[in-house]
Design a protein around this ligand. Structure first.
Ligand code: TXA
Ligand code: MG
Length: 319
């Protein structure tokens, strides 16, 4: 698949909605930068985003919604979040909020976290695509990993043209830098990423906003900003045999024998399928095992991102 930009019209927007509902990747303009969109409720569609960007890590993605009703179906708004949404949505602000228990968003989209970054874009074409898709859309910036964010459709084609099903062109982005990301958790607003909405504008509504510390060992608010999913169970990587009733996270057809619960990321050894299953299966095992052994995962393609997350999840952490 090699996509060249196609002008956004009623017909091509309807087509984009169809493709998105069908699990395909669509690059589209927002007021900040072009996004690489996929159905946020589909693990495999979200895995395709990471594969297309060739990202070496699974960063949590921003989930785009058409309106407040769609946002409320995903996350819980506290009064700070309500104020910020009322003041700045639609617009270049993403809010990191607690995931609802019945939230349909893929755990891969939020990299296994209990929070989700949600944004209601202001761009008319983005809003029309969200309406046409009628599912929440996970969309990072539509560039290959390590490249700068695209503000024109031809930037997307240059960076990702071979890896996207449709690129909708609606001219250059007005804001040109990504959305400002603010977490509203535990009654505190914290700036996680400066962006297209000035912090002064936010503080005019909320009062002083905390700044996230750049030092992962010194989070501005302990526990709140952890940006990596960490299971309660101890994780043992590159396991080739099983001890006692350890849970097993397998990959491919060969798996060590054992009596504990087991899940297989991909019996056929497909790394994209494995990525799609990673966080959901880790959570399942975490719920039933106190120790989880993970077989070796190949360090190629999406395997690099899978191993990155597994290494972080296995790292010793404070009680
Ligand atoms: O302007 C934008 O925000 C663009 C357009 C396409 O909407 N999207 C974008 O997405 O920049 P992305 O995936 O490139 O950036 C997502 C940012 C990252 O800094 C990520 O760490 C943060 O949002 N983020 C997402 N979910 C999070 C969460 N649950 N907790 C903390 N940070 C989160
Ligand atoms: Mg980006």
């Amino acid at each position: 698949m090699t996509a060249r930009p196609i002008t956004a019209t009623a017909e091509t927007i309807a087509k984009a909605g169809e493709l998105l509902r069908d699990g395909k990747l669509v690059a589209f303009p927002t007021e900040t930068v072009y996004g690489l969109g996929a159905d946020a409720t589909s693990d495999t569609a979200v895995a395709s985003i990471f594969a297309a960007k060739n990202r070496p890590t699974f960063n949590p993605l921003i989930v785009h919604v058409a309106d407040m009703e769609a946002a409320r179906a995903l996350v819980v708004f506290d009064s700070l979040a309500e104020q910020l949404a009322a003041a700045f949505w639609p617009g270049p602000l993403s809010l990191v909020l607690p995931r609802r228990p019945d939230c349909p968003v893929s755990l891969l989209a939020s990299a296994g976290l209990d929070t989700i970054a949600v944004r209601m874009p202001a761009h008319g074409t983005a809003r029309a695509i969200l309406a046409a898709a009628s599912v929440p859309i996970a969309a990072p910036s539509a560039n290959a990993s390590g490249a700068i964010s695209p503000t024109r459709a031809d930037h997307v084609a240059d960076s990702l043209g071979n890896n996207v099903d449709l690129i909708l062109d609606d001219g250059p982005c007005q804001v040109g830098i990504e959305s400002t990301v603010v977490a509203c958790l535990d009654g505190t607003a914290t700036l996680l990423r400066p962006g297209g909405l000035a912090i002064e504008d936010i503080e005019a509504v909320t009062g002083p906003v905390q700044m996230a510390s750049g030092d992962p060992d010194q989070p501005a608010s302990p526990g709140m900003l952890a940006s990596h999913y960490a299971p309660d169970a101890a994780l043992r990587l590159n396991a080739t045999s099983l001890a006692g009733d350890e849970g097993l996270l397998a990959f491919g057809s060969a798996a060590p024998a054992g009596d504990g619960p087991r899940r297989n990321l991909s019996p056929t050894g497909d790394l994209r399928e494995a990525a799609a299953n990673l966080f959901a299966m880790l959570r399942e095992l975490d719920g039933i095992s106190s120790a989880i052994a993970v077989v070796p995962i190949p360090q190629t393609g999406l395997g690099r991102a899978i191993n990155d997350r597994l290494v972080r999840a296995a790292a010793p952490r404070d009680a």
